[in-house]
Design a protein around this ligand. Structure first.
Ligand code: NAP
Length: 324
């Protein structure tokens, strides 16, 4: 397995600080949906499931395939892990995936995206066995999700649903507006909300007058990759705001525009050269009923959901056939 990367440690950084979102002069009751706490809850549950599986002689195994240099990744690999060369071909990767598909001890296969341009990403994603597709990107899993059947679901939207459910926020009967229609976030998030009985509207770059839809949203999921796109005027007071966007700000004037007078953000910019903002303008959070901060919201859930999917994949494929 010289070209794959065997797993894996993970780490979620950052903590939620209420004062960063709620100015002292601003009276509000918006609830912060703390992704780090919810992720910790899920990880503890996953750890208990792993222990139960290990008692049966089954150790869930996840393989992450990294090609070339991966800059920003939430996944921290152990030193024995190797990454494949940038020059790897589609055929070589297909052979690697076939090998991983055949290995019984491998329960989950994750191909770290984006892949270099010369590699046929779609073909590779479709080559992963659907029962090991812990990213939930295989058309079989997308189809299962669409028809409401059990499936390995994409981690980020699955994390969104966990945040809503574990925070006891209503979904059924709510108007959920999803901004973005990517295969990774927007579309599966919309499908999961629909399966949970929300009335769903999906907006994208060709939608005319997005505010018309967002102002009616009880649950607003923003996943477009545009810093602070959703302004306070676009939000229904009391709505639940789920901010998936991860946008890096490197300019001091920009940071001041999004986080006026926020000394901690300014210090972060000075220290690290950047700070993060979501797709929802921080000023909109104060009007909401509940919101996910950036960082420390949706992003914190993704790895926990990956671990969850890996254990589900192990149980579905190997459960009940451990030590006799
Ligand atoms: P993507 O593949 O680039 O898709 C962006 C979507 O937003 C597209 O559907 C696009 O519409 C739409 N869009 C772009 N500009 C728009 C605008 N001005 N108005 C309305 N819609 C617009 O992005 P993605 O992978 O879904 O990611 C979206 C954001 O979520 C990014 O900031 C990404 O970093 C973040 N993300 C976070 C996590 C996490 O763990 N928190 C995970 C994945 C992604 P068209 O379809 O019409 O082009």
């Amino acid at each position: 397995m010289d070209r794959a990367s065997l797993v894996i440690g993970y780490r979620v950084r950052g903590k939620c600080d209420r004062s960063r979102y709620h100015g002292s002069e601003m009276k509000n009751t918006a609830r912060i949906l703390n992704g780090i706490e919810i992720a910790a809850e899920i990880k503890a549950e996953v750890a208990a499931e792993v222990r139960a599986l290990q008692a049966e002689g089954i150790t869930p195994g996840l393989v992450v395939v990294l090609v070339g240099h991966v800059a920003a990744s939430e996944i921290y690999v152990r030193s024995k892990v190797k990454t494949s060369a940038e020059s790897i071909t589609t055929d070589e990767m297909l052979a690697l995936i076939a090998d991983l598909n055949a290995r019984d001890e491998v329960d989950g296969i994750l191909i770290q995206l984006p892949l270099p341009g010369h590699v046929d990403t779609r073909r590779l994603l479709e080559a992963v066995s659907p029962e090991k597709d812990v990213d939930g990107f295989h058309p079989i899993n997308a189809g299962r999700l669409q028809s409401g059947r059990p499936a390995l679901a994409p981690c980020t939207p699955a994390g969104i649903l966990e945040i809503l459910r574990r925070s006891k926020l209503p979904i059924a009967g709510q108007h959920a507006v999803v901004l973005g229609r990517s295969d990774i976030v927007g579309k599966p998030a919309a499908m999961m909300l629909l399966n949970a009985h929300a009335t769903v509207t999906v907006c994208h770059s060709k939608t005319v007058d997005i505010g018309r839809y967002t102002r009616d949203a009880d649950i607003l999921v923003a996943a477009i990759g545009r810093p602070g796109f959703v302004t306070a005027e676009m939000v229904k007071p009391g709505a639940t705001l789920i901010d998936v966007g991860i946008n890096r700000l490197t300019d001091a004037a920009e940071v001041e525009r999004f986080f006026p007078g926020d000394a901690e953000r300014a210090a972060q910019l000075a220290r690290r050269g950047s700070t993060l903002v979501g797709d929802i303008h921080p000023a909109a959070f104060a009007l909401s009923g509940a919101f996910t901060p950036v960082p420390g919201g949706v992003g914190a859930l993704t790895i926990a959901m990956l671990m969850h999917n890996t254990v589900q994949a192990a149980k579905a494929r190997r459960g009940g056939r451990g030590k006799a």
